[in-house]
Ligand binder design. Structure first.
Ligand SMILES: [Zn+2]
Length: 453
């Protein structure tokens, strides 16, 4: 292929991707059915996380490549700088500067306008159980008890956690209903939270919370009504402390953290029998929890939510290509929950909003999640003074709003990622063109010399 035609094709590819991407994205964001919209919401959320992962991980590499190639190019054209070349250079530099400024800044963005649902509590308490480091597939392969409960409960095809796919950021998102880019916890490092979480919102309404699990949970102890029982517990210890304290504390939100699958996964990999056994242990404890609630006669006024903070790929999950570790399980059981129902799924930040819906709490300030109304039984919906149709309408409108926000996010991160990738390529093309030109010039000169002789 001639160089000129190669350049032409490459340029066409670059410009086409930059121009077509927003259109493809826009078309993808359309939909009308609840399940279809839920699926798209998750896909768009995963896409967003993947772009952020790409920008954060490859920015430096591509920046170095760009600067290096640029220097080579400048050296090769120093004799005859043409206007066009200067313009191209200016464009290249300014777009990279723009990308750098963006990548370096923390974007704080609000999703859809706050959906002020204030309704009566549907239940007295919500128990959230997290299997640390348990991806959607690994979970459903090993939870015999939970599977046996499916006829009287509700599950998501898949849920999705946030990027970075690590414990503290994911938990903070689960409790605040915002992305790490908003709540600021991006590492496994404890820090002072600047946004509200469900426990604080509950405390303001006079409700108590009880959190049992790893020491990092102390981060959420921001009110006297929030009790944190923490230590390096085995799942059985977590269960034990829940049983011992639940009557004393009488909490409305109970959070139980089962760390074992994550620890075992890091040590033995997800392929090991040890990892499967750790998940099975947690599944067995869910059975204990459900039995305990039944014994207490709390079934009608309690909801149990089981999910995970992130998945695991072989023996790691930190900075792994997001689609490999970002899908998590979600299982919900309780008196007001629809029976034998599978919905397409939701984000971890939607679980926050759903807990608020169940307890009749306002969403935490800055919560970007939307409640999953689909999981409610017909009687519960009736109690809210609504019917299945009207609630579906509400769900569709909130899903559309959330998808619109994700469209904007993906547009931005996607175009940045494309630019980041193409710019070093453009400069490389310019260099090759320059080298070819020179070679031609040399050949012409040589042939002239031959002629003169
Ligand atoms: Zn974790």
């Amino acid at each position: 292929m001639k160089l000129r035609s190669f350049n032409f094709i490459a340029l066409a590819v670059i410009l086409t991707t930059l121009a077509l991407y927003p259109l493809i994205l826009l078309v993808y964001c359309q939909g009308a059915e609840v399940n279809e919209l839920e699926r798209k919401l998750i896909d768009l959320d995963i896409l967003r996380s993947t772009f952020i992962w790409y920008v954060e991980n490859f920015y430096l590499v591509l920046l170095c490549a760009t600067v290096g190639l640029l220097l080579i190019y400048l050296m090769s054209i120093r004799r005859k700088l043409k206007k066009l070349q200067i313009t191209i250079l200016f464009l290249v530099l300014s777009s990279q500067a723009l990308a750098l400024a963006y990548a370096g800044s923390n974007v704080s963005i609000h999703a859809n306008e706050k959906l002020a649902f204030s309704m009566k509590p549907l239940v007295d308490r919500v128990i959230i159980v997290v299997f640390d480091g348990t991806g959607n597939d690994a979970f459903w392969k090993n939870v015999e008890f939970i599977k046996s409960m499916l006829p009287e409960s509700c599950r998501a095809e898949r849920a999705v956690t946030v990027y970075p796919t690590i414990t503290y950021p994911a938990h903070t998102s689960l409790f605040t209903g915002t992305y790490p880019q908003v709540h600021g916890v991006k590492e496994n490092v404890q820090r002072k939270l600047s946004v509200d979480d469900i426990f604080l919102v509950a405390a303001r309404e006079g409700l108590k919370s009880m959190l049992v699990g790893g020491p990092f949970l102390k981060m959420f102890m921001r009110d006297i009504r929030i009790k944190v029982i923490s230590g390096f517990f085995e799942p059985e210890d977590v269960y034990q402390r829940f049983i011992e304290n639940v009557d004393k504390i009488r909490p409305s939100i109970i959070y139980l953290h089962f760390a074992a699958p994550d620890e075992v996964g890091h040590a033995f990999t997800t392929e090991s029998p040890e990892y499967a056994a750790a998940i099975k242990r947690c599944d067995h404890l869910v059975k204990e929890i459900v039995d305990f609630i039944k014994r207490k006669g709390w079934s009608e006024r309690t909801v149990v939510i089981v999910t995970a903070d992130h998945g695991m790929y072989y023996n790691k999950h930190h900075n792994v290509y997001p689609p490999l570790v970002i899908e998590t399980p979600l299982w919900i059981w309780g008196g007001v929950i629809r029976k034998n129902y599978t919905f397409a799924g939701c984000r971890i930040i939607d679980i926050t909003a759903t807990v608020c819906m169940l307890l009749g709490l306002p969403k935490p300030e800055q919560c970007q999640g939307i409640p999953v109304y689909d999981i409610l039984s017909d009687e519960a919906i009736e109690r809210m003074g609504m019917n299945r149709e009207s609630i579906e309408e509400m769900r569709v409108s909130e899903l559309k709003s959330a998808i619109n926000w994700l469209f904007m996010e993906n547009l931005f991160y996607g175009e940045i990622s494309l630019l980041m990738t193409w710019i070093p390529l453009i400069i490389l093309m310019l260099i090759i063109r320059e080298i070819k030109k020179r070679r031609k010039l040399k050949e012409t000169k040589q042939s002239l010399v031959v002629h003169e002789e």
